[in-house]
Design a protein around this ligand. Structure first.
Ligand code: BDR
Ligand code: CA
Length: 317
């Protein structure tokens, strides 16, 4: 059984990724920690509980984490994910916050990594504030992890949240920097480009949402806002201009679930820009060996699209 600990800012694509993990028979989710990002951390907690309710998996513990970046900022993606983070679709039954664990996310990350030492991987599809705080409290945390899978960063200078930075890194550059430099466990990164270059055709999306299940019905409703926003957004125009749709977080999740999914990784030394006026939060790639401390990560390049499609279909089945 593959053990995963998820760190999310549950917007629509986090929901897709969580549902993929829930639907994978060989996966045990030992906990889900929530953090600011696409929306407020309170909404993230509610959304995560809502997804678990739709999937009838409320036994999985959910923990509330940081509501702001290490420097006290927030950056939301409400334009894409709606004000509530899940497309502003009313939730009449309301997944109540009373289901939330009393323990905080950072303490839970440290405890769960110890309890499942050597067996658990973290999948982080959000700003990395919780992980940065956890490693500051317990520097031995990364040694307990089998691997770290991150959706974040970009490999060219085109961002999706700022001119040069991808959303999860832009939302907390210091946290991204701390995590990349101190999580010395095997680290696999799905960058913005990794996701964009492995788009799925819109015709697949239609069939995916047309599945006859409550989960597909839920996804169809929460995904509408994102799709409409994507049409209007110049950074994501290519998402709609012919080639296909991108479920960023699902790629990082799929890579953690099925090691055969990624057919090509590129190993690179990386760092995160913290000072640039326009480039703050950008993932810096060192192809020449200039970085004073070399920290190699594996950047996703190519995926087996058929495997990914199957995993996406199963998530809503
Ligand atoms: C990332 O930012 C968020 O909006 C998405 O959930 C994803 O994790 C894409 O840049
Ligand atoms: Ca996310």
């Amino acid at each position: 059984m593959k053990k995963l600990l998820l760190d999310v800012d549950c917007g629509v694509d986090d929901a897709q990724a969580i549902m993929m993990a829930l639907a994978s028979p060989g996966v045990q989710i030992v906990g889900i920690t929530c953090v600011h990002g696409n929306t407020s951390v309170e909404n993230v907690c509610k959304n995560t509980l809502r997804v678990l309710k739709v999937c009838q998996r409320q036994e999985i513990p959910v923990f509330c984490g940081a509501g702001r970046s290490l420097l006290g900022k927030t950056l939301n993606a409400e334009r894409f994910h709606g004000q509530d983070g899940l497309g502003d679709v009313p939730d009449p039954q309301g997944a109540g916050l009373e289901q939330l664990q009393r323990e905080g996310a950072v303490a839970a990350l440290i405890r769960l990594a110890n309890e499942h030492s050597g067996e658990v991987s973290v999948v982080a599809t959000a700003p990395l504030t919780n992980l940065a705080l956890a490693v500051r409290i317990d520097p031995s945390l990364p040694q307990k992890l089998k691997g770290l899978y991150v959706m974040g960063g970009n490999t060219d200078s085109r961002g999706n949240a700022t001119v040069c930075a991808e959303f999860n890194f832009a939302a907390d550059p210091e946290a991204a920097s701390i995590v990349l430099s101190s999580f010395l466990c095997p680290t696999y990164i799905t960058t913005w480009e990794s996701a964009c270059r492995n788009k799925l055709p819109w015709s697949f999306c239609d069939g995916w949402l047309a599945q006859d299940s409550e989960k597909a019905d839920f996804m169809k409703r929460i995904f509408r806002h994102t799709m409409e926003a994507a049409y209007q957004d110049r950074f994501q125009r290519e998402m709609v201009d012919g080639v296909g749709f991108v479920s960023c977080d699902s790629y990082a999740m799929a890579a953690a679930i099925d090691e055969t999914l990624v057919t090509q990784y590129e190993e690179m030394a990386v760092s995160v820009e913290l000072c640039g006026r326009y480039t703050r939060g950008m993932l810096v790639l060192d192809t020449v060996g200039f970085l004073p401390e070399q920290r190699n990560v594996f950047i996703m390049k190519k995926v087996n699209v058929e495997t990914f499609k199957r995993m996406m279909m199963d998530a809503l089945n």
